[in-house]
Design a protein around this ligand. Structure first.
Ligand code: SF4
Ligand code: FE
Length: 499
Protein backbone atom coordinates (compact mmCIF):
# COMPACT_ATOMS: atom_id res chain seq x y z
CA UNK A 1 0.00 0.00 0.00
CA UNK A 2 2.03 2.91 -1.30
CA UNK A 3 0.17 5.93 0.11
CA UNK A 4 0.32 5.38 3.86
CA UNK A 5 -1.19 8.52 5.34
CA UNK A 6 -2.93 11.81 4.61
CA UNK A 7 0.28 13.70 3.86
CA UNK A 8 1.36 11.12 1.28
CA UNK A 9 -2.07 11.28 -0.37
CA UNK A 10 -1.88 15.08 -0.58
CA UNK A 11 1.62 15.02 -2.05
CA UNK A 12 0.51 12.37 -4.58
CA UNK A 13 -2.11 14.85 -5.86
CA UNK A 14 0.60 17.43 -6.44
CA UNK A 15 2.33 15.05 -8.82
CA UNK A 16 -0.58 14.80 -11.25
CA UNK A 17 -1.94 17.60 -13.37
CA UNK A 18 -5.66 17.17 -14.07
CA UNK A 19 -7.37 19.98 -16.01
CA UNK A 20 -9.68 21.56 -13.43
CA UNK A 21 -11.65 24.80 -13.80
CA UNK A 22 -13.32 26.84 -11.07
CA UNK A 23 -15.03 30.18 -11.63
CA UNK A 24 -13.66 30.18 -15.16
CA UNK A 25 -10.04 29.72 -14.18
CA UNK A 26 -7.65 26.80 -14.14
CA UNK A 27 -6.78 25.41 -10.71
CA UNK A 28 -3.06 24.77 -10.54
CA UNK A 29 -2.96 22.88 -7.24
CA UNK A 30 -6.13 21.39 -5.72
CA UNK A 31 -4.36 20.78 -2.43
CA UNK A 32 -3.73 24.51 -1.92
CA UNK A 33 -6.59 26.26 -3.73
CA UNK A 34 -9.08 27.58 -1.11
CA UNK A 35 -12.08 26.17 -3.00
CA UNK A 36 -10.75 22.61 -3.16
CA UNK A 37 -8.26 22.24 -0.29
CA UNK A 38 -10.97 21.67 2.38
CA UNK A 39 -12.29 18.76 0.28
CA UNK A 40 -8.79 17.35 -0.14
CA UNK A 41 -8.38 17.38 3.64
CA UNK A 42 -11.67 15.46 4.07
CA UNK A 43 -10.53 12.74 1.68
CA UNK A 44 -7.10 12.73 3.34
CA UNK A 45 -8.83 11.61 6.54
CA UNK A 46 -9.61 8.28 4.85
CA UNK A 47 -5.84 7.82 4.52
CA UNK A 48 -5.07 9.17 7.97
CA UNK A 49 -7.33 6.70 9.79
CA UNK A 50 -5.51 3.82 8.13
CA UNK A 51 -2.33 4.86 9.93
CA UNK A 52 -4.05 5.32 13.30
CA UNK A 53 -3.88 2.25 15.54
CA UNK A 54 -7.29 3.03 16.98
CA UNK A 55 -9.01 2.72 13.61
CA UNK A 56 -6.81 0.35 11.62
CA UNK A 57 -9.19 -2.55 12.07
CA UNK A 58 -11.91 -0.55 10.34
CA UNK A 59 -9.79 1.36 7.84
CA UNK A 60 -7.69 -1.55 6.58
CA UNK A 61 -8.59 -4.88 5.01
CA UNK A 62 -6.83 -7.87 3.50
CA UNK A 63 -7.06 -8.08 -0.27
CA UNK A 64 -8.73 -11.30 -1.40
CA UNK A 65 -6.73 -10.90 -4.63
CA UNK A 66 -3.21 -10.57 -3.22
CA UNK A 67 -3.44 -11.25 0.53
CA UNK A 68 -1.82 -7.88 1.09
CA UNK A 69 -3.01 -5.20 3.51
CA UNK A 70 -5.03 -2.56 1.69
CA UNK A 71 -7.27 0.41 2.40
CA UNK A 72 -10.84 -0.70 2.99
CA UNK A 73 -11.86 1.84 0.36
CA UNK A 74 -10.26 -0.40 -2.28
CA UNK A 75 -11.61 -3.69 -0.90
CA UNK A 76 -14.20 -6.06 -2.36
CA UNK A 77 -16.53 -7.06 0.48
CA UNK A 78 -15.93 -10.69 1.37
CA UNK A 79 -18.63 -11.09 4.00
CA UNK A 80 -21.10 -9.44 6.32
CA UNK A 81 -18.29 -8.41 8.65
CA UNK A 82 -16.76 -6.31 5.87
CA UNK A 83 -20.08 -4.60 5.20
CA UNK A 84 -20.53 -3.77 8.87
CA UNK A 85 -16.97 -2.51 9.22
CA UNK A 86 -17.59 -0.19 6.31
CA UNK A 87 -20.60 1.29 8.10
CA UNK A 88 -18.61 1.83 11.28
CA UNK A 89 -15.71 3.35 9.35
CA UNK A 90 -17.96 5.81 7.53
CA UNK A 91 -19.57 6.97 10.75
CA UNK A 92 -16.16 7.64 12.33
CA UNK A 93 -15.09 9.57 9.23
CA UNK A 94 -18.32 11.59 9.33
CA UNK A 95 -17.57 12.42 12.97
CA UNK A 96 -13.98 13.47 12.20
CA UNK A 97 -14.76 15.66 9.16
CA UNK A 98 -18.45 16.57 9.60
CA UNK A 99 -18.48 16.40 5.84
CA UNK A 100 -18.46 14.09 2.88
CA UNK A 101 -15.04 12.44 2.55
CA UNK A 102 -15.90 11.39 -1.01
CA UNK A 103 -14.06 8.12 -1.29
CA UNK A 104 -17.06 5.81 -0.96
CA UNK A 105 -18.33 6.44 -4.47
CA UNK A 106 -15.36 4.72 -6.08
CA UNK A 107 -15.49 2.05 -3.36
CA UNK A 108 -19.09 1.22 -4.24
CA UNK A 109 -18.32 1.37 -7.95
CA UNK A 110 -15.51 -1.14 -7.46
CA UNK A 111 -17.81 -3.54 -5.64
CA UNK A 112 -20.62 -3.25 -8.18
CA UNK A 113 -18.29 -3.64 -11.16
CA UNK A 114 -16.50 -6.65 -9.68
CA UNK A 115 -19.65 -8.71 -9.22
CA UNK A 116 -21.17 -7.67 -12.54
CA UNK A 117 -17.98 -8.31 -14.54
CA UNK A 118 -18.02 -11.85 -13.17
CA UNK A 119 -21.59 -12.37 -14.34
CA UNK A 120 -21.01 -10.86 -17.79
CA UNK A 121 -18.01 -13.16 -18.29
CA UNK A 122 -20.08 -16.18 -17.28
CA UNK A 123 -22.78 -15.34 -19.81
CA UNK A 124 -20.69 -14.11 -22.73
CA UNK A 125 -17.26 -15.66 -22.20
CA UNK A 126 -15.58 -12.26 -21.98
CA UNK A 127 -12.55 -11.54 -19.77
CA UNK A 128 -13.73 -8.38 -18.02
CA UNK A 129 -13.13 -9.69 -14.50
CA UNK A 130 -9.47 -10.51 -15.18
CA UNK A 131 -8.94 -7.02 -16.60
CA UNK A 132 -10.75 -5.50 -13.65
CA UNK A 133 -8.72 -7.49 -11.13
CA UNK A 134 -5.49 -6.30 -12.74
CA UNK A 135 -6.62 -2.66 -12.51
CA UNK A 136 -7.94 -3.16 -8.97
CA UNK A 137 -4.65 -4.65 -7.73
CA UNK A 138 -2.95 -1.51 -9.06
CA UNK A 139 -5.48 0.64 -7.16
CA UNK A 140 -5.02 -1.42 -4.00
CA UNK A 141 -1.24 -1.51 -4.08
CA UNK A 142 -0.89 2.18 -4.87
CA UNK A 143 -3.80 3.03 -2.52
CA UNK A 144 -5.40 5.37 -5.05
CA UNK A 145 -8.63 7.32 -4.75
CA UNK A 146 -11.21 6.45 -7.37
CA UNK A 147 -14.18 8.62 -8.32
CA UNK A 148 -17.17 6.52 -9.31
CA UNK A 149 -18.63 8.36 -12.30
CA UNK A 150 -22.23 7.44 -12.97
CA UNK A 151 -24.60 10.39 -13.45
CA UNK A 152 -24.91 11.48 -17.09
CA UNK A 153 -26.41 14.87 -18.03
CA UNK A 154 -29.41 13.04 -19.66
CA UNK A 155 -30.58 15.94 -21.86
CA UNK A 156 -34.25 15.35 -22.66
CA UNK A 157 -35.34 13.15 -19.74
CA UNK A 158 -38.30 11.78 -21.69
CA UNK A 159 -35.88 10.05 -24.08
CA UNK A 160 -33.28 7.36 -23.50
CA UNK A 161 -29.60 7.51 -24.50
CA UNK A 162 -30.15 6.36 -28.07
CA UNK A 163 -32.95 8.87 -28.74
CA UNK A 164 -31.27 12.11 -27.67
CA UNK A 165 -30.91 14.92 -30.21
CA UNK A 166 -27.38 15.28 -28.83
CA UNK A 167 -25.81 11.80 -28.44
CA UNK A 168 -23.22 13.16 -25.99
CA UNK A 169 -25.85 13.58 -23.26
CA UNK A 170 -24.80 10.08 -22.16
CA UNK A 171 -21.18 8.92 -22.16
CA UNK A 172 -20.70 6.68 -25.16
CA UNK A 173 -18.17 4.94 -27.34
CA UNK A 174 -17.52 6.96 -30.49
CA UNK A 175 -14.78 4.81 -31.95
CA UNK A 176 -13.59 1.22 -31.57
CA UNK A 177 -9.99 0.34 -32.24
CA UNK A 178 -8.09 -2.94 -31.89
CA UNK A 179 -6.37 -1.65 -28.77
CA UNK A 180 -9.31 0.09 -27.09
CA UNK A 181 -12.18 2.54 -27.45
CA UNK A 182 -12.68 6.31 -27.60
CA UNK A 183 -15.39 7.76 -25.33
CA UNK A 184 -17.24 11.08 -25.34
CA UNK A 185 -19.77 12.73 -23.03
CA UNK A 186 -19.88 13.98 -19.46
CA UNK A 187 -20.72 13.00 -15.90
CA UNK A 188 -22.28 15.50 -13.50
CA UNK A 189 -22.15 15.95 -9.72
CA UNK A 190 -19.00 13.87 -9.36
CA UNK A 191 -18.12 13.83 -5.67
CA UNK A 192 -14.39 13.95 -5.00
CA UNK A 193 -13.49 14.04 -8.69
CA UNK A 194 -10.97 16.89 -8.48
CA UNK A 195 -8.91 15.11 -5.84
CA UNK A 196 -9.12 11.55 -7.15
CA UNK A 197 -6.46 9.69 -9.08
CA UNK A 198 -8.73 7.59 -11.26
CA UNK A 199 -12.24 7.70 -12.73
CA UNK A 200 -14.39 4.56 -12.85
CA UNK A 201 -16.94 5.31 -15.59
CA UNK A 202 -20.26 3.45 -15.28
CA UNK A 203 -23.60 3.73 -17.10
CA UNK A 204 -26.24 5.78 -15.33
CA UNK A 205 -29.35 3.71 -16.05
CA UNK A 206 -30.66 0.40 -17.38
CA UNK A 207 -30.39 0.37 -21.16
CA UNK A 208 -31.90 -1.50 -24.07
CA UNK A 209 -30.19 -3.15 -27.06
CA UNK A 210 -30.22 0.09 -29.04
CA UNK A 211 -27.92 1.71 -26.51
CA UNK A 212 -24.95 -0.63 -26.86
CA UNK A 213 -22.49 2.22 -27.35
CA UNK A 214 -23.63 3.70 -24.05
CA UNK A 215 -23.19 0.51 -22.02
CA UNK A 216 -19.60 1.14 -21.10
CA UNK A 217 -17.66 0.63 -17.88
CA UNK A 218 -14.02 1.67 -17.92
CA UNK A 219 -11.24 3.25 -15.90
CA UNK A 220 -9.60 6.53 -16.91
CA UNK A 221 -6.77 8.36 -15.12
CA UNK A 222 -7.99 11.74 -13.87
CA UNK A 223 -5.30 13.54 -15.88
CA UNK A 224 -5.87 11.59 -19.10
CA UNK A 225 -5.79 13.58 -22.32
CA UNK A 226 -9.27 14.87 -23.16
CA UNK A 227 -10.59 14.92 -19.57
CA UNK A 228 -11.72 18.31 -18.18
CA UNK A 229 -13.22 18.95 -14.75
CA UNK A 230 -15.36 21.94 -13.76
CA UNK A 231 -15.68 22.32 -10.00
CA UNK A 232 -19.08 23.40 -8.66
CA UNK A 233 -19.92 26.42 -6.55
CA UNK A 234 -21.20 26.01 -3.03
CA UNK A 235 -22.96 28.32 -0.64
CA UNK A 236 -20.52 30.59 1.15
CA UNK A 237 -17.49 29.28 -0.74
CA UNK A 238 -16.10 32.83 -0.84
CA UNK A 239 -15.75 32.60 2.93
CA UNK A 240 -12.97 30.08 2.56
CA UNK A 241 -10.01 32.37 2.28
CA UNK A 242 -7.65 32.12 5.20
CA UNK A 243 -8.79 35.24 6.98
CA UNK A 244 -12.42 34.17 7.14
CA UNK A 245 -11.93 30.80 8.73
CA UNK A 246 -14.42 31.48 11.50
CA UNK A 247 -17.00 32.71 9.00
CA UNK A 248 -16.65 29.55 6.92
CA UNK A 249 -17.87 27.59 9.96
CA UNK A 250 -15.32 24.86 9.43
CA UNK A 251 -11.71 25.99 9.61
CA UNK A 252 -10.22 22.80 8.18
CA UNK A 253 -12.80 20.73 6.37
CA UNK A 254 -15.40 21.36 3.70
CA UNK A 255 -19.07 21.78 4.59
CA UNK A 256 -20.16 19.18 2.03
CA UNK A 257 -18.69 16.95 -0.67
CA UNK A 258 -16.99 18.83 -3.51
CA UNK A 259 -18.65 18.01 -6.81
CA UNK A 260 -17.43 18.53 -10.35
CA UNK A 261 -18.51 18.00 -13.93
CA UNK A 262 -16.23 15.56 -15.74
CA UNK A 263 -16.13 16.06 -19.49
CA UNK A 264 -14.70 13.39 -21.78
CA UNK A 265 -13.68 14.83 -25.14
CA UNK A 266 -12.73 11.81 -27.23
CA UNK A 267 -10.77 10.08 -24.49
CA UNK A 268 -8.93 6.92 -25.50
CA UNK A 269 -9.36 3.98 -23.13
CA UNK A 270 -7.01 1.01 -23.62
CA UNK A 271 -8.57 -2.43 -23.86
CA UNK A 272 -7.35 -3.65 -20.47
CA UNK A 273 -9.23 -0.77 -18.78
CA UNK A 274 -12.62 -1.67 -20.29
CA UNK A 275 -14.88 -3.75 -18.02
CA UNK A 276 -18.16 -3.61 -19.96
CA UNK A 277 -18.66 -2.72 -23.60
CA UNK A 278 -22.11 -3.19 -25.04
CA UNK A 279 -23.65 -5.69 -22.59
CA UNK A 280 -26.79 -3.62 -22.11
CA UNK A 281 -28.55 -6.46 -20.30
CA UNK A 282 -26.22 -5.93 -17.31
CA UNK A 283 -26.51 -2.15 -17.06
CA UNK A 284 -29.54 -2.25 -14.75
CA UNK A 285 -27.85 -4.73 -12.41
CA UNK A 286 -24.71 -2.63 -12.23
CA UNK A 287 -26.55 0.61 -11.52
CA UNK A 288 -28.74 -1.00 -8.92
CA UNK A 289 -25.90 -2.69 -7.07
CA UNK A 290 -23.92 0.53 -7.01
CA UNK A 291 -26.93 2.51 -5.80
CA UNK A 292 -27.78 0.01 -3.08
CA UNK A 293 -24.24 0.05 -1.70
CA UNK A 294 -24.21 3.83 -1.72
CA UNK A 295 -27.66 4.12 -0.17
CA UNK A 296 -26.52 1.84 2.65
CA UNK A 297 -23.69 4.31 3.37
CA UNK A 298 -25.93 7.22 4.15
CA UNK A 299 -27.03 5.87 7.52
CA UNK A 300 -23.32 5.81 8.37
CA UNK A 301 -21.56 8.90 7.01
CA UNK A 302 -24.54 11.17 7.69
CA UNK A 303 -24.96 9.88 11.23
CA UNK A 304 -21.37 10.96 11.84
CA UNK A 305 -22.41 14.46 10.76
CA UNK A 306 -25.49 14.32 12.97
CA UNK A 307 -23.31 13.32 15.93
CA UNK A 308 -21.27 16.49 15.41
CA UNK A 309 -24.36 18.66 14.94
CA UNK A 310 -25.92 17.26 18.11
CA UNK A 311 -22.69 17.96 19.97
CA UNK A 312 -22.56 21.48 18.55
CA UNK A 313 -26.06 22.49 19.69
CA UNK A 314 -25.51 20.83 23.06
CA UNK A 315 -22.31 22.84 23.56
CA UNK A 316 -24.04 26.01 22.41
CA UNK A 317 -26.83 25.39 24.94
CA UNK A 318 -24.19 24.88 27.64
CA UNK A 319 -22.37 28.13 26.91
CA UNK A 320 -25.49 30.22 26.67
CA UNK A 321 -27.18 28.78 29.74
CA UNK A 322 -30.09 26.94 28.14
CA UNK A 323 -28.99 23.33 28.52
CA UNK A 324 -31.19 22.57 31.52
CA UNK A 325 -34.46 23.46 29.77
CA UNK A 326 -36.67 20.38 29.47
CA UNK A 327 -37.61 21.21 25.87
CA UNK A 328 -33.90 21.53 25.05
CA UNK A 329 -33.19 18.09 26.47
CA UNK A 330 -36.18 16.67 24.65
CA UNK A 331 -35.08 18.08 21.28
CA UNK A 332 -31.56 16.81 21.75
CA UNK A 333 -32.99 13.41 22.67
CA UNK A 334 -34.99 13.46 19.43
CA UNK A 335 -31.86 14.31 17.43
CA UNK A 336 -30.05 11.34 18.94
CA UNK A 337 -33.02 9.06 18.36
CA UNK A 338 -33.28 9.98 14.68
CA UNK A 339 -29.55 9.59 14.17
CA UNK A 340 -29.40 6.15 15.78
CA UNK A 341 -32.47 5.04 13.80
CA UNK A 342 -30.60 5.80 10.58
CA UNK A 343 -27.52 4.00 11.82
CA UNK A 344 -29.69 0.98 12.63
CA UNK A 345 -30.77 0.66 9.02
CA UNK A 346 -27.20 0.87 7.75
CA UNK A 347 -26.20 -1.88 10.15
CA UNK A 348 -29.32 -3.89 9.31
CA UNK A 349 -28.83 -3.85 5.54
CA UNK A 350 -25.23 -4.89 6.08
CA UNK A 351 -26.10 -7.64 8.58
CA UNK A 352 -28.45 -9.07 5.96
CA UNK A 353 -25.74 -8.99 3.30
CA UNK A 354 -25.57 -11.82 0.77
CA UNK A 355 -22.94 -13.22 -1.60
CA UNK A 356 -23.24 -12.53 -5.31
CA UNK A 357 -22.07 -15.37 -7.60
CA UNK A 358 -18.62 -13.72 -7.72
CA UNK A 359 -18.29 -14.01 -3.94
CA UNK A 360 -18.49 -10.22 -3.49
CA UNK A 361 -21.09 -9.36 -0.87
CA UNK A 362 -24.11 -7.15 -1.45
CA UNK A 363 -26.22 -5.38 1.14
CA UNK A 364 -29.91 -6.14 1.54
CA UNK A 365 -31.19 -3.80 -1.15
CA UNK A 366 -34.65 -3.20 0.33
CA UNK A 367 -33.20 -2.07 3.65
CA UNK A 368 -30.57 0.05 1.89
CA UNK A 369 -33.32 1.91 0.04
CA UNK A 370 -35.28 2.38 3.26
CA UNK A 371 -32.11 3.69 4.90
CA UNK A 372 -31.47 6.34 2.26
CA UNK A 373 -35.15 7.28 2.08
CA UNK A 374 -35.11 7.94 5.81
CA UNK A 375 -31.97 10.06 5.47
CA UNK A 376 -33.91 12.38 3.14
CA UNK A 377 -36.23 13.07 6.06
CA UNK A 378 -34.37 12.50 9.31
CA UNK A 379 -31.29 14.53 8.48
CA UNK A 380 -33.55 17.47 7.67
CA UNK A 381 -35.47 16.99 10.91
CA UNK A 382 -32.20 16.83 12.87
CA UNK A 383 -31.09 20.05 11.15
CA UNK A 384 -34.48 21.66 11.90
CA UNK A 385 -34.12 20.79 15.58
CA UNK A 386 -30.55 22.11 15.60
CA UNK A 387 -31.69 25.42 14.10
CA UNK A 388 -34.57 25.57 16.56
CA UNK A 389 -32.18 25.10 19.47
CA UNK A 390 -29.46 27.38 18.14
CA UNK A 391 -31.68 30.44 17.74
CA UNK A 392 -31.87 33.08 15.04
CA UNK A 393 -28.52 34.65 15.84
CA UNK A 394 -26.67 32.09 13.74
CA UNK A 395 -28.11 33.81 10.65
CA UNK A 396 -27.43 37.40 11.75
CA UNK A 397 -23.94 37.17 13.24
CA UNK A 398 -21.39 39.84 12.34
CA UNK A 399 -18.34 38.62 10.48
CA UNK A 400 -14.86 37.75 11.67
CA UNK A 401 -13.80 41.17 10.29
CA UNK A 402 -16.10 42.83 12.84
CA UNK A 403 -15.05 40.51 15.63
CA UNK A 404 -11.44 41.54 15.05
CA UNK A 405 -12.11 45.20 14.28
CA UNK A 406 -10.51 47.83 16.49
CA UNK A 407 -13.65 49.93 16.18
CA UNK A 408 -16.46 47.44 16.80
CA UNK A 409 -14.75 44.23 17.98
CA UNK A 410 -15.45 44.97 21.66
CA UNK A 411 -19.14 45.57 20.88
CA UNK A 412 -19.43 42.23 19.14
CA UNK A 413 -17.67 40.48 22.02
CA UNK A 414 -19.86 42.15 24.62
CA UNK A 415 -23.24 41.67 22.99
CA UNK A 416 -22.74 38.16 21.63
CA UNK A 417 -21.44 36.75 24.89
CA UNK A 418 -23.19 33.97 26.80
CA UNK A 419 -22.33 32.36 30.13
CA UNK A 420 -19.80 34.50 32.00
CA UNK A 421 -16.22 33.37 31.55
CA UNK A 422 -16.72 31.69 28.18
CA UNK A 423 -15.01 33.62 25.37
CA UNK A 424 -17.56 35.10 22.97
CA UNK A 425 -15.44 33.73 20.15
CA UNK A 426 -16.38 30.18 21.21
CA UNK A 427 -20.07 30.98 20.88
CA UNK A 428 -19.54 32.57 17.48
CA UNK A 429 -17.44 29.65 16.26
CA UNK A 430 -19.95 27.01 17.29
CA UNK A 431 -22.78 29.06 15.78
CA UNK A 432 -20.90 29.28 12.49
CA UNK A 433 -20.35 25.52 12.56
CA UNK A 434 -24.10 24.97 13.00
CA UNK A 435 -24.78 27.44 10.19
CA UNK A 436 -22.35 25.61 7.88
CA UNK A 437 -23.88 22.23 8.71
CA UNK A 438 -27.50 23.24 8.24
CA UNK A 439 -27.53 25.94 5.58
CA UNK A 440 -26.71 26.38 1.93
CA UNK A 441 -25.87 23.16 0.14
CA UNK A 442 -25.15 21.21 3.34
CA UNK A 443 -28.31 19.11 3.15
CA UNK A 444 -28.71 18.76 -0.60
CA UNK A 445 -26.49 15.69 -0.58
CA UNK A 446 -28.73 13.97 1.96
CA UNK A 447 -31.67 14.59 -0.35
CA UNK A 448 -30.18 13.74 -3.74
CA UNK A 449 -26.92 11.88 -3.14
CA UNK A 450 -27.13 8.15 -3.98
CA UNK A 451 -30.33 8.94 -5.88
CA UNK A 452 -33.21 11.31 -5.24
CA UNK A 453 -36.00 10.16 -2.89
CA UNK A 454 -38.29 8.96 -5.67
CA UNK A 455 -35.60 6.54 -6.86
CA UNK A 456 -35.73 4.80 -3.50
CA UNK A 457 -39.54 4.77 -3.43
CA UNK A 458 -39.63 3.04 -6.82
CA UNK A 459 -37.30 0.31 -5.54
CA UNK A 460 -39.10 -0.01 -2.20
CA UNK A 461 -42.38 -0.70 -4.01
CA UNK A 462 -40.74 -3.07 -6.50
CA UNK A 463 -39.10 -5.08 -3.78
CA UNK A 464 -42.03 -4.87 -1.40
CA UNK A 465 -43.49 -8.15 -2.73
CA UNK A 466 -47.08 -7.02 -2.39
CA UNK A 467 -48.38 -10.33 -3.73
CA UNK A 468 -46.85 -12.12 -0.78
CA UNK A 469 -48.30 -9.59 1.64
CA UNK A 470 -51.76 -10.04 0.10
CA UNK A 471 -51.41 -13.82 0.50
CA UNK A 472 -50.47 -13.36 4.16
CA UNK A 473 -53.59 -11.31 4.81
CA UNK A 474 -55.86 -13.70 2.90
CA UNK A 475 -54.42 -16.73 4.66
CA UNK A 476 -55.33 -15.28 8.04
CA UNK A 477 -58.99 -14.94 7.13
CA UNK A 478 -59.26 -18.18 5.16
CA UNK A 479 -59.39 -16.84 1.62
CA UNK A 480 -57.44 -19.21 -0.61
CA UNK A 481 -54.80 -17.79 -2.92
CA UNK A 482 -54.61 -19.23 -6.38
CA UNK A 483 -51.15 -20.50 -7.24
CA UNK A 484 -49.79 -18.86 -10.35
CA UNK A 485 -46.44 -18.72 -12.03
CA UNK A 486 -44.21 -16.32 -10.16
CA UNK A 487 -43.74 -13.08 -12.00
CA UNK A 488 -40.26 -11.79 -11.29
CA UNK A 489 -40.33 -8.33 -9.78
CA UNK A 490 -38.45 -5.75 -11.79
CA UNK A 491 -34.93 -5.36 -10.53
CA UNK A 492 -35.00 -8.80 -8.94
CA UNK A 493 -32.10 -9.98 -11.03
CA UNK A 494 -30.13 -7.18 -9.56
CA UNK A 495 -31.25 -7.53 -6.00
CA UNK A 496 -32.00 -9.86 -3.22
CA UNK A 497 -33.78 -7.95 -0.53
CA UNK A 498 -35.43 -9.92 2.22
CA UNK A 499 -38.90 -9.21 3.41
FE1 SF4 B 1 -19.22 8.72 1.25
FE2 SF4 B 1 -21.35 9.77 2.38
FE3 SF4 B 1 -19.85 11.26 0.77
FE4 SF4 B 1 -21.36 9.35 -0.28
S1 SF4 B 1 -22.10 11.18 0.82
S2 SF4 B 1 -19.20 9.74 -0.72
S3 SF4 B 1 -21.29 7.79 1.33
S4 SF4 B 1 -19.24 10.38 2.72
FE1 FE C 1 -22.82 11.16 -1.77
Amino acid sequence: MKLKNGAEYISSLRKIKPRIYYKGELIEDVTRHPATAPHVRCAAMTYALASDDKYKDLALATSHLTGRTISRFTHVHQGVEDLIKKVKLLRVLGQKTASCFQRCVGFDGINATYSVAYEIDRKYGTDYLERFKKWLIHIQDENLMVVGAMTDPKGDRSRGPADQADPDQYVHVVERRDDGVVIRGAKLHMTGAVNSHEILVMPTTAMDERSKDYAVVCAVPIDASGVTLIFGRQANDDRRDNYERIDSGKPVFAAVGGEAVIVFEDVFVPRDRIFMDGETDFTGTLVYRFAAHHRANYGACKTGLMDVLTGAVTYLAQIQGTEKGSHVKDKITEMIHLCETLYSSSIACSAEGWPTPSGAYMVNTMLANVCKQNVTRFHFEVARLALDLAGGFIATLPSQYDLESEDVGQMVKKYFSGVHGIPTEHRIKIARLIEAMTGGTALVESMHGAGSPQAQRIMILREGDLEKKVRLAKALIGIPSRKKAARPAAGKAASKGKQ
